[in-house]
Write a protein that binds this ligand. Sequence first.
Ligand SMILES: [Fe+2]
Length: 293
Amino acid sequence: MCYLCASLKQSQMDKSLVAYLKNWFHSYVKSYKLNDPARQRNIDLKEKHTLRVCKEITEISRNLGLNEDEQCLSEIIALFHDIGRFEQYARYNTFLDSRSLNHAEFAVKILRENDVLNHLDASSRELILKAISYHNRATLPRHEDEVCLFFSRLLRDADKLDIWRVVTEYYRRKANGKQNNAIELGLPDTPGVSYDVSRALMAQKIVDTHNMKNLNDFKLLQVSWVYDVNFVPTFRRLKQKGYLDIIQKALPESDAIRKIFATVASYVDKKLQQKNSERIHKGYEINMNKEKK
Ligand SMILES: [Fe+2]
């Protein structure tokens, strides 16, 4: 049974349900066929991203010792977290929420309107919808139950891991001259780094998106996400993939940048020294405590 969510029925939360929902996801995405190949590539990018987030979340969940039902629940959350992206891009030609709509809340609307989660009981459904609606927030709400916060943190970690993959693959390709405005959010490629952005990183805080003025700031925002990583397996994967090194190589060389990356690297190394069993997050304690029963 699902230790985290006593209300989940075993028969509901299994691999056949995940397979059924994946089928729904693929048919939904197929309905977004855009005539312009460059635009279609951005739809494909989000489809691939979703499937990779499913893999990342399953891997983190497995490493944290979640059981199969819990891994299935995690995967369903990942599968639908960006379902709002397709209509957002088709309608507004951007992935920038500030110029279109809140893609997380829009995902919830799509899932509700299409009765996608009707095979699940009401409490699982609400948990999934809440975790999705929180995934793009600057911070998680304080007054939410711990189970919901735990799965929300899992999603945020898995999502970050794959966004790091997307942007680092892009920075490597861009070295060959291929630019994509949807990834770069239309920011100018001007020299230097904004003061507020480098200050946030040195203070081990996430960069406020409002302080981003150019592409260098955007790259540093991506680096600052390490300060919102919740679980040791995520830090391990981040280091193993070398994402931070790749982003550093895509930035100008300067003392300020070197200092920022040294600060970030020591933060990551400190987190990596903590073992899973040390339960770096409250959410993880829930699982461990329940497992002991
Ligand atoms: Fe995502």
